[in-house]
Write a new protein. Sequence first.
Length: 262
Amino acid sequence: MFVENSIAPAGQAAHTRQRSASLPCPVPPITAPLKRGPWRYLSDRDVLHAAVVTLVAIVLSLGLVWVGYLIHVWHVAARSPLTLPRPMTVLVFGRRLVQDQPESDYQQRLGRALALMRASLTDHVLLLGGRSGGSLSEAAAGRAWLDDHELPPGVLLQLEQASVDSLENLRHARSLLQEYGPVARVLPPVALVSSRYHLARCQLLARRLGFECVPVAAEPLLEINRRYIIRLLAESGYLMWIDLGARWGRLIGHRRITARLS
């Protein structure tokens, strides 16, 4: 038996457990991908400012700065462990659903979290992710998947259902942990469970938001194939954009840019 608290968007039950078979699944609009990830910020002047700074850095370095971030993303992806050195709170990052069901990457993330629960390495798990075009939030779909795979008793499971990107995931998780933690306003150490290609960005954002964190890989091994190389290239681009933008903001004293990651 477990208790659940959540952050959910208005109009959505925080602890919904309905399956996609009993709910209609509307077709997402063609612009849906632009409402998630970094693309949703392209109308923001500060984000565009950071993008211009990043492009200048790429040009002036003849692309070497991107290579450096790619090496870092690859290193984190290859070296991240599958388990924890000690019990801690686990944050599981959601991913876009397919017909209101977790797709393969998300299932691997949930499976890794379930393995940590069964090994008694966590008794507190946060599932992160709002709606991604269907009827359920990513967190609610993850909860349903865990329920179908014999969730161990005694685990506190919380759903964060209001976010649409990794930064919002972590901000809302921070709010939940500060509100419901054993010591008010004090963040516990956390394990970041996600796909290997995604872990470097999660780790950077979590540290900037004040988390003490350990990355935990969903997949047993780093795969080498066309799909994964494209993901690593994209993630290194996102990471470069975030990190160089934040560094530039601090350098010139731009408070709005630095406030984005705090």
